[in-house]
Design a protein around this ligand. Structure first.
Ligand code: NAP
Length: 279
């Protein structure tokens, strides 16, 4: 069994674009609303990665009471700011903010999270159009590619169908000629599907959802889940200790998909800047 070391690869990828960053001088802006502890931790990691790469990082912080109009106004201001190349509105947002409107408001060319319908739509068409793909799925593809794990012709099972992970990673696997099954809360018999997976990608947010009896011998297991236990430790959706005895490759949590998401954001920021600099 091989651990898919997202932390090491993330550092390698960040190192590999330092020179480009020093020529391009990109700027990434993050809008942070409220004090959600997970968001504060994610934003801290993004800032650290920008500093390591040589990307200028700007943070706009607002209280959870910000109105939707005020937030949309700020997004438009950043959209118009030629000094900013990438813009992230950190999710989740308070309940009174309508997230689809917020995602729609970010200029597609600065949408380094890859959530805007324009970028999702392009990704739908073919891998050549994956200019700014959603960061977590992009990170997963980079991780599989780095370990030379073939995707074409494989049975890929994705558990979870969110707009930011489950649906886009399903599409990116289909773009690479996998046979894809996407499972979710309405799936009648989850184990019947997961047992067939050559590559199993789990993005739900439930500790130990995937147990060893649900996994085929030799499967590649990618655990996107990020769950905080009562004692403060982090774990994924997969029972790592048991499943790792059957898997051929598996991502740890932490140290797997999380750092790859950050690396993908950095790559997207560089790519967005390059495209904005094109005549
Ligand atoms: P989400 O929007 O809550 O989506 C969860 C998905 O799982 C939904 O499709 C849901 O279906 C499905 N689901 C819920 N219970 C299920 C069950 N028992 N069996 C099968 N499917 C079930 O979450 P998300 O944003 O995709 O995130 C998923 C997890 O990944 C979270 O733990 C999150 O923290 C983590 N995450 C990690 C990273 C990273 O960088 N490592 C990035 C993003 C997310 P319904 O919608 O029908 O309920």
């Amino acid at each position: 069994m091989t651990i898919l070391d997202g932390k090491a690869l993330s550092e390698e990828l960040i190192d590999s674009v330092k020179e480009k960053a020093s020529n391009l001088k990109p700027t990434l802006a993050v809008i942070l609303v409220g004090e959600n502890p997970a968001s504060l931790a994610y934003v801290k990691n993004k800032k650290k990665a920008c500093e390591k790469t040589g990307i200028e990082y700007i943070e706009y912080k607002y209280p959870a009471t910000i109105t939707q109009e005020e937030l949309l106004k700020k997004i438009e201001e950043v959209n118009q700011d030629d000094n900013v190349n990438g813009l992230i509105v950190q999710l989740p947002l308070p309940d009174h903010i309508y997230v689809p409107e917020v995602i729609k408001a970010v200029a597609p060319k600065k949408d380094v999270d890859g959530f805007h319908a324009y970028n999702i739509g392009k990704m739908f068409l073919s891998p050549e159009f994956e200019d700014l793909p959603p960061a977590t799925p992009f990170g997963i593809v980079k991780l599989l590619d780095h370990y030379d794990i073939p995707i074409e012709g494989k049975d890929v099972v994705v558990v979870g169908h969110s707009n930011i992970v489950g649906k886009p990673i399903s599409m990116m696997m289909l773009n690479r000629n996998a046979t894809v099954t996407t499972c979710h809360i309405y799936t009648k018999d989850l184990a019947a599907h997961t047992k067939n997976a050559d590559i199993l990608i789990v993005a739900v947010g439930k500790e130990k959802l995937i147990t060893a009896d649900m996994v085929k011998d030799g499967a590649v297991v990618v655990d996107v889940g990020m769950n905080r236990r009562e004692d403060g430790s982090l774990c994924g959706d997969v029972d790592f200790d048991e499943v790792s005895k059957k898997a051929s490759y598996i991502t740890p949590v932490p140290g797997g998909v999380g750092p790859m998401t950050v690396a993908a954001l950095i790559l997207n920021t560089i790519r967005a800047t390059e495209r904005q600099n094109q005549p």
